[in-house]
Ligand binder design. Sequence first.
Ligand SMILES: Cc1ncc(COP(=O)(O)O)c(C=O)c1O
Ligand SMILES: N[C@@H](CCCC[NH3+])C(=O)O
Length: 438
Amino acid sequence: MSQTIALAPAPVDDPAPDLLHRRDGALRMEGVPLTRIAEAVGTPFYAYSAQALRAGYTALSGAVAPHGVDVCFAVKANSNIHVLSEFARLGCGMDIVSGGEMARALAAGVPAERIIFSGVGKTEAEIRAALLAGLHQINVESPAELEVVAAVARDLGQSAPVALRVNPDVDALTHAKITTARKDSKFGIAIGEIPALYAAAAMRPELNMVGLAVHIGSQILDLAPFRRAWAAMAGLVRDLRAAGQQVGRLDLGGGLGVGGDGHSGPDLAEYARIIADTVGGMGLALNVEPGRWLCARAGVMVARVIYTKPGDGADFAIVDAAMNDLMRPALYDARHAVEPLAPPRQVGATTPCRLVGPICESSDDFGTYQGLGPLQAGDLLAFRDAGAYGAAMSSTYNSRDLIPEVLVDGAQFRVIRRRVGIDEALQLEQPGPWQRAG
Ligand SMILES: Cc1ncc(COP(=O)(O)O)c(C=O)c1O
Ligand SMILES: N[C@@H](CCCC[NH3+])C(=O)O
C-alpha cells in the first residue's frame, strides 16, 4: 500500500512542504520518483519542482503585496529560462545584472518594463542595450557609472530611469562573502554622498531620477539588519524630499534566507511587517528582489556514489557531483541537507559519511553527514535546497560536463537544459586565425 512519509518538519513558510516526500520507499519530487529521472538523464542532475516555484512566488507576493510591494526575481539565483517563465507567467518582475540575464528575462516573456538592472560593473554596451529595450529602472552604483548612463541616454535622446544604489553601512549578519553593504563593500554609493549626487543628477534632462535602491546581502536569517537598512533608507528619502527632490521608488533588495541546519527560516509576515514599519506609508513604489527564497527549496541536485573508502572519523563517499556542479559548500562553507533516494540500509548509529567529489581540490567537499547509513557504490543522494545558486554557478572545471536540469510538474518531468559534454566543449576551442600585432 502506498504511504507518504514527510521527511522533516516543514520549515516556517515552506512554500511546498510536500515537494520532496518518500512513497513506497522512493524519494519523489511531486509525483515523480527521483530514480526515474536518474534513469532518464543519468547522474548528476538538478531537478526543480514547478509547483514549488509557483507556490513560492504566490506565498511571497501574497505576504508583501498588501503593503504595496512588488516582487522581482533575482535572475542570478536560477537563470534557466524555463524557471524564469514559471515566474513570468505569474506576473513576477525580474532583477538582472548583465546583458545575458536581460536576454534571458526577455526571452522568458518578461516585459521590459518589469525588469530592473542592478550590478556594480555594467558596461556601456549593456547600458545601451538596457535603454534601447526600455527597462523599468537602472540601479546605478557609482558616480562614474552615472556619467556613462547619462552619456548613453543623451546619445539616444532618452531620459534614463535611474535609482541610486545606497550603501547604508549595515552588517547583514551573514557569511562575510555574501555581505554587501558594509562600509568597505564594493557595492553601492556611501549614504552620505547620495544627497549631493542625487541633486546634481536631477538637474540633468538625460537622467530621470526615480529613486533609490539597497541590497545588504544574501542568506539573511536574522531580519534585524533589514530593519536597520530600511530605516536608514526611509531617513534618506525624507532628507532628499525635504531638500526638494522627488523620490518615487525604493528597491529594497533581496537577501531573504532559507532555513535548514536547525533554523526554521525567516517568517514572511515579520518580513512584510518590517517593510511596512520602516518604509510603508511614504507614498513610495516599493519592490523586493529575492533570488534564493523563491527557488532554493524548489530544487535538488542528485548524485551517485562512485566509491567509498575508510577515512579518519568518517567514511568517504566519493560522489559523481563536485564543486563545479554545486560550489556553495566550497565557496561559503554552505551545508545542503542530503537524503538518500532509497531508505538508508541501516538506521541509528552508523559511521558518519564525508561526501566528496572527484575534483582535484581539497575544497571539493560537501561535508560530513550522519544518518545516511553505510553507503555503497551506486547509491543515489539528493542534495536539498539546491534550486538557487546551484546550476547558475556551475562550471566545467576539470573538463567536467555541465549537468542536466529537469523540471518536474505534477507526475511529469522534462529536461530543461541538456548535459553539455566534452564534445561540445571542444567545439568551442576551434582556433581562430592568427592576427598580426605589429
Ligand atoms: C542587487 C541584488 N539583488 C538581489 C540579489 C538576490 O539575493 P538573494 O538571492 O539572496 O535574495 C542579489 C544577490 O545577492 C543582489 O546582488
Ligand atoms: N551566490 C551566493 C549568494 C550571493 C548572491 C549574489 N549576490 C550563494 O550561493 O549563496
